[in-house]
Write a protein that binds this ligand. Structure first.
Ligand code: IVH
Length: 683
């Protein structure tokens, strides 16, 4: 092949210059200069030329952001600077005395910067002569993991700088809150908070997967060797920064994204600080990213050096931490649970501790990846939270155990049936459908409030039925002889009668409830609705589609993707599911949807989108309220977004309520909602 011509070299140069400028205006300034289409056209042309002329590829080319499919196992690398933590304060008094002490120790007047403490993942970006060489996680402060390929995918990390400087820059990688909610919903709420999802993403082995997650960064500290010739030359026009303010200006000019909400005080008074802390606390919920405090920093760089460092933190900075619903406890044991789909979930049994108004003793750890991110071992002291969510989460390890217990590892076989576990994506699964724990899980799921809502058939009763050998599959619920339980303790005639009545009543539930209760992965209430809306409104039609492997019939429906279609069809073709459906049909359960609007209910909610949160007197579970909305032509969603038109708020409504209020979405009480239903009209 011929070598590249000058024309090609120039074209590549121009393409790169344009793409760099556009990426900067898009990611750093937030003001796109060109359309996505225009950007992609240039990007694809550059990719094509670089493929054709590999010798012209460079590590700072904008194409390096797309990530690769190669697995890298995040090697450990030593840091070029000590990556220290921060000293912490929890009250204004502590902050005040720290300021006084610091001024006293410096022996001179100082000015201070106050900035937000971003709740993300700490990284150091190493540049040599203006080119990003390495991105490294904090690790233990001296050695971190090399995550360069992943960091390159983050649009707000400059791959090359506007000046050829050799510099280390500390920053915090974060995932914007809105994006977190969206992504986490798709991941079955696997992550407790944006930080854990960002940390998990950054440790992904395929950078192409990382590129799909819109991570962002604020850079907050620059470390540059003033003795290096390239730095002196590069800065000859402006001189070395002498304060944090000048350093931030330099970082911005070099192409880094810095937090615009940073303030500098010449004479920081306790009143100034107090008002900054107050406004910041008030505005916190409305920010697009999570913060967990504020950081106070000495502005002048020379006195910083004189103040010095402990092994843990610099003496020139202090974190003021917001109070958070968090508590410390110790992990006493880690058990694994087998879910109805065979998914294996590790659960930490912790010493019981009060968090956010209740006592927590069991905390889900989701999967092995999550445990690895936390580097969690039995015996570790951990921070447990119950943030906006009601589900408790292990946030991080506070202190490692003293026995030297290693990071917890998933067992090789299912604890319930001994079958070898299989890893699918991030989760381990027990592949044995007859595994007793899976069977139990499926029966419990079927009978639960949110599914068939069978009165008097709770988890304990189900355990007895299984233990007695009366029930060993979902369909057995409708055929077992309840009378034989008469001799069982706790099963009086009254209880047996109630149970029979509950089972009988459940047999009349509509198709919209029956189909999702089968527990077929992905075939939940939402997909059932999509199918019915698209005219696939009975199970025979669905089974027919499955028999023909007609994924197209499903993917033609907006909202159903290829993967979902394939997995649902595969499930519907298993003999177990076929037998289950046949037996439930024989028991008289409804397997086709009633024609819509049969009952002639006025469609008063047409065009409205409702989010239902909290608990209700008359709608328990709350899906009953959602059913009422849907029956009247409205849409019911699980999260508050810009599209939500109403929030139905019950007792104990939390973050969804505050979010709705922020967005100006009308909030409807249970009483008002019942009035509307009763009147069949809006007042
Ligand atoms: S300064 C030597 N500034 O908080 C400089 N840290 O709890 C020390 N963090 O490890 C860091 N936002 O990961 C600094 N604006 C900010 C920060 C920040 C978040 C993190 C950082 C640090 C941790 C300490």
């Amino acid at each position: 092949m011929n070598g590249p011509s000058t024309e090609i070299i120039n074209e590549i140069r121009t393409l790169r210059a344009n793409l760099r400028r556009w990426q900067h205006s898009y990611y750093i300034e937030g003001t796109p200069e060109v359309s996505d289409l225009e950007f992609d056209r240039h990007f694809d042309r550059l990719l094509q030329l670089e493929e054709q002329y590999p010798s012209l590829k460079t590590e700072d080319s904008p194409t390096m952001r797309v990530g690769s499919d190669l697995s890298s196992d995040l090697p450990e690398v030593p840091h070029g600077i000590p990556v220290l933590s921060l000293d912490k304060a929890y009250s204004l008094e502590e902050v005040h005395s720290w300021i006084e002490k610091t001024i006293r120790n410096a022996g001179m007047d100082l000015s201070f910067g106050v900035e937000e403490k971003i709740d993300g993942v700490s990284v150091v970006l190493y540049y040599e002569e203006g080119v990003l060489k390495r991105g490294v996680t904090r690790g233990n402060g001296y050695v971190g993991n090399d995550v360069t390929a992943n960091i390159r995918t983050i649009g707000s990390v400059p791959l090359s700088l506007s000046l050829p400087m050799t510099i280390a820059v500390r920053g915090e990688i974060f995932l914007p809150k809105g994006k977190f909610e969206e992504l986490n919903r798709a991941l079955d709420s696997l992550y407790a908070n944006p930080r854990n999802l960002a940390a998990g993403t950054l440790r992904r082995v395929k950078s192409r997967d990382v590129a799909k997650v819109p991570l962002d960064i604020f850079s907050y500290e620059g470390f540059l060797d003033a003795g290096r010739g390239e730095n002196l030359r590069a800065l000859s026009g402006r001189g070395m920064p002498e304060s944090q303010r000048e350093m931030m200006d330099l970082l911005r000019d070099l192409g880094f994204k810095t937090n615009p909400r940073t303030l500098f005080f010449d004479n920081v008074s306790i009143q100034d600080l107090e008002s900054y802390i107050r406004t910041s606390t008030e505005e916190r919920a409305g920010l697009g990213y999570e913060i967990d405090g504020l950081v106070l920093k000495v502005n002048e760089l020379k006195p910083r050096e004189a103040l010095g460092y402990t092994g843990h933190h610099p003496r020139w900075a202090l974190a003021y931490k917001f109070e958070s619903p968090e508590a410390a406890s110790t992990v006493e044991q880690i058990d694994v649970q087998v879910g109805r789909t065979g998914r294996i979930t590790p659960v930490a049994r912790i010493r019981p501790v009060r968090v956010g108004g209740s006592t927590v003793s069991n905390v889900t750890l989701h999967n092995q990846d999550y445990v690895d991110i936390l580097e969690l071992a039995v015996g570790d002291k951990v921070a447990v939270s119950k943030r906006g969510d009601v589900i408790p989460a292990v946030e991080r390890v506070l202190e490692k155990n003293e026995e030297g217990a290693p990071v917890w590892r998933m067992p090789g076989v299912c604890p319930a049936c001994g079958t070898a576990l299989r890893l699918v994506g991030a989760h381990h699964f027990c592949p044995n459908r007859l595994c007793p724990e899976q069977v139990k899980g499926r029966i419990r799921f079927f009978a639960a409030k949110d599914q068939m809502d069978i009165d008097s058939l709770g988890p304990e009763t189900i355990d007895v039925l299984i233990g007695k050998g009366l029930v060993s599959s979902v369909a057995d619920i409708y055929s077992f002889d309840a009378e034989v339980l008469g001799s069982e303790p706790g099963f009086g005639q009254k209880k047996i009668a109630l149970m029979k009545k509950g089972i009988e009543e459940s047999a009349g539930r509509p198709y919209e409830r029956v189909l999702p209760s089968l527990g077929i992965p992905d075939l939940g209430q939402k997909m059932t609705e999509l199918l019915i809306d698209a005219g696939i409104d009975n199970v025979d039609q669905l089974l027919d589609i499955a028999s023909r492997h007609d994924t197209g019939a499903l993917t033609a429906i907006h909202g159903i993707g290829e993967k979902t279609a394939e997995s649902v069809i595969a499930e519907l073709n298993t003999p177990e599911v076929r037998t289950l459906i046949r037996r439930l049909k024989e028991a008289g359960l409804s397997f086709s949807a009633r024609p819509r609007q049969e009952e002639g209910i006025p469609q008063i909610f047409k065009g409205t989108v409702w989010c239902v949160t909290g608990s209700f007197q008359s709608f328990n579970p709350r899906s009953k309220a959602m059913d009422e909305v849907k029956k009247r032509g409205g849409k019911a969603v699980s999260a508050v977004s810009g599209n939500t038109t109403h929030l139905l708020a019950g007792e104990g409504a939390g973050t969804k309520l505050s979010r709705a209020q922020q967005l100006g979405i009308p909030v409807i009480t249970e009483e008002k909602f019942k009035d509307i239903l009763a009147q069949g009209a809006w007042s």
